[in-house]
Design a protein around this ligand. Structure first.
Ligand SMILES: [Fe+2]
Length: 183
């Protein structure tokens, strides 16, 4: 097992209360979607094979550190669920990935491009769509996933001043990971 795989497995082991449902969800995620191989973006942070997994693990570890200091009452389980899966929407759908590889000789310089052959959903909404039908998400977890881009995104204005601590910490862990750790 390489370092990333070991970090990923250690994070999943922190899920205890809903472990059976989580195991089922992750079986779907790992075997029927591109979660383990997808990039994290088309041309920005971790736009390479396995980038999404690496980003998700970075966010989860950062979130656990932040919550241990600032909000120890939040469960490790909630942190792991929302951090590992906040960007699940980046896989697209089973057999229809969101990010497609540009061929090396393509005139486009970026490594991946968006698949237009998917019904439009923004990434967080697609994450929620893929998770919620398979796993008993708590309300705070749903909020954190849907609004994890925070005020960077126009769609998110409605949550302003109503973010839960979990949402605020996930937003920061995501920003810290993509803009500092993954730079
Ligand atoms: Fe993210």
């Amino acid at each position: 097992m390489d370092g990333l795989a070991a970090r990923y497995e250690a994070l999943k082991e922190k899920v205890s209360e809903r472990w059976a449902e989580f195991a089922e969800l992750m079986k779907f995620v790992e075997t029927e979607t591109e979660y383990l191989t997808a990039p994290a973006s088309t041309k920005f942070h971790l736009c390479k094979e396995g980038g999404l997994l690496e980003h998700s693990v970075n966010v989860a570890e950062t979130l656990l550190k932040l919550k241990a200091t600032l909000a120890p009452e939040i469960s490790d389980e909630s942190c792991v669920v929302v951090a590992l899966l906040h960007d699940l929407g980046k896989v697209g759908m089973p057999n229809n990935p969101l990010y497609l590889k540009n061929s090396p000789d393509s005139k486009w310089k970026q490594p991946y491009y968006w698949n237009k052959d998917l019904v439009y959903l923004n990434v967080p909404i697609r994450s929620l769509y893929l998770i919620a039908s398979r796993f008993p998400l708590k309300e705070e977890e749903a909020q954190a996933i849907v609004y994890h881009d925070g005020q960077y995104v126009e769609d998110n204005r409605s949550v302003a001043m109503r973010e839960t601590p979990l949402t605020l910490l996930l937003q920061y862990a995501d920003t810290w990971s993509s803009m500092v750790l993954e730079k």
